[in-house]
Design a protein around this ligand. Structure first.
Ligand code: GLU
Length: 422
């Protein structure tokens, strides 16, 4: 294993943008501003458990930048959530929204828990109490959370309901956009649930166009079968790819002819994981990384592609559906081996783009169809991929550095235009 486990994720995120900052000669004060979040909100709050006892929980909301618009980003419920991780994830949101050109800043939040250990009722009380504890630190024109690892549409509905109730009767309707990724019934958008996976597929289609590769000739391996991985796998299979390998926290499965992803999604939601899914062979977890696939899609957590795994990969391209899945050491190996990487802030931007569409619909009281949403998403992803490629050509750099060049240029131009006061 490489040294990443001991390195701060926030430091990694700073190093990533500093490389591109160097390329474009970003002024030192812009670098300094972007190296730290604007606000770090930490709340500790009590919640009553089903046993009748009370437990304290710690929640975070890190607001990295509001230079381009309201803070925006998901809420993660996971036992590994800590300040360092959330700071990195918040910074990546700033660069993601800047890269794809939507009027948002970046933020991230979370609670340090394993949601699987709590009942539905306990989760509802945790979410509502966390929302109350955050108070005016979130708001539809200020900071807009969304789902991430371990959170879902139901939790977003509870946040919206809690916030709207506290806002009072005259404001109740105009604050719906305090959170995105809600269920359709309470103001969510068609296409939001599948949006990140859909965006990953658009990134792959764009890469196919650039490299003259046929999408339906590709064998795909996916690490992670949550919201992002499972929707991506389904859409890739529908587009003609053979999804030959899928891994989740319960098992790593393969079928050289391609796994039946629709059946696997149904199986996984019934059984809490893919282990035991028929018509597939279970292999060792580590064997996923040496699988004979053309496309490898990490769609789980950060720091998965450590250098040994990057040495083992047989794919042509890594599509980073997760945030921060490749370690800095791993990235050097991929570069040396000529494996293409579409970076996280580009590949997984579909989620926040459709969050933006949800927010626009909430503001204008419109309801867009799924095909409208998908078409607009495609346009945004395509334009950003085009910009990324142009920057790559200009600077002769990696796709990750090119993505940061586009994002930093937009941020820097805004700092210049607005000035820094006083
Ligand atoms: N959590 C997702 C991400 O990492 C979506 C954020 C959002 O929709 O605000 O991009």
């Amino acid at each position: 294993m490489d040294a990443t486990k001991h390195r701060s994720l926030h430091e990694t995120s700073v190093e990533q943008f500093q490389r591109a900052a160097q390329l474009i000669d970003l002024p030192a004060h812009h670098r300094a501003i972007l190296s730290e979040p604007q606000n770090e909100v930490i709340v500790n709050f009590p919640v009553r458990l089903d046993t009748g006892t009370w437990r304290m929980f710690r929640g975070y909301r890190i607001q990295h930048s509001s230079t381009l618009g309201p803070y925006k980003g998901g809420l993660r419920f996971h036992p590994d959530v800590d300040l360092d991780e959330v700071k990195a994830l918040a910074a990546w949101m700033t660069f993601k929204t800047a890269l794809v050109g939507i009027p948002y800043g970046g933020a991230k939040g979370g609670v340090t828990i394993n949601p699987k250990n709590y009942s539905e009722g306990e989760l509802e009380r945790i979410v509502r109490r966390f929302t109350a504890a955050l108070g005016s630190n979130i708001g539809p024109n200020h900071d807009i959370p969304a789902p991430d690892v371990g959170t879902n549409a139901q939790m977003m509905d509870w946040i919206m309901d809690t916030y709207a109730t506290i806002a009072g009767p005259t404001n109740r309707q105009v604050v719906r956009g305090v959170v995105t990724g809600k269920s359709i019934a309470v103001g969510g958008s068609a296409g939001r649930e599948a949006a990140t996976g859909q965006g990953v597929l658009y990134a792959l289609r764009h890469w196919c166009g650039e490299t003259g590769t046929r999408l339906d000739s590709l064998r795909v391996g996916v690490q992670g079968f949550g919201n992002v991985g499972s929707h991506f796998a389904r859409l890739a299979a529908e587009a003609g790819c053979a999804v030959t390998h899928v891994a989740d926290h319960t098992a790593t499965l393969t079928n050289p002819k391609g796994l039946d992803i629709d059946a696997m999604r149904a199986y996984s939601s019934e059984n809490g994981g893919i282990k035991g899914f028929p018509d597939a062979t279970e292999i060792d977890t580590e064997d996923l990384f040496s699988a004979e696939v053309d496309v490898f899609v990490p769609a789980a957590l950060e720091n998965q592609l450590v250098k040994e795994r990057c040495e083992a990969l047989k794919c042509q391209i890594v599509l980073e559906a997760a945030n921060g899945p490749t370690t800095p050491e791993g990235e050097l190996v991929l570069a040396r081996r000529g494996i293409d990487v579409v970076p996280d802030i580009m590949a997984n931007a579909g989620g926040v783009v459709v969050s933006y569409f949800e927010w626009l619909q909430n503001k204008s009281h419109e309801i867009w169809s799924e095909s409208q949403v998908d078409e607009k998403l495609r346009d945004v992803m395509w334009a950003a991929m085009d910009k990324l490629l142009a920057a790559r050509k200009t600077y002769g750099c990696s796709r990750r550095d090119a993505a940061y060049v586009v994002a930093l240029t937009r941020l820097s131009d805004t700092y210049d235009a607005r000035g820094i006061w006083p």
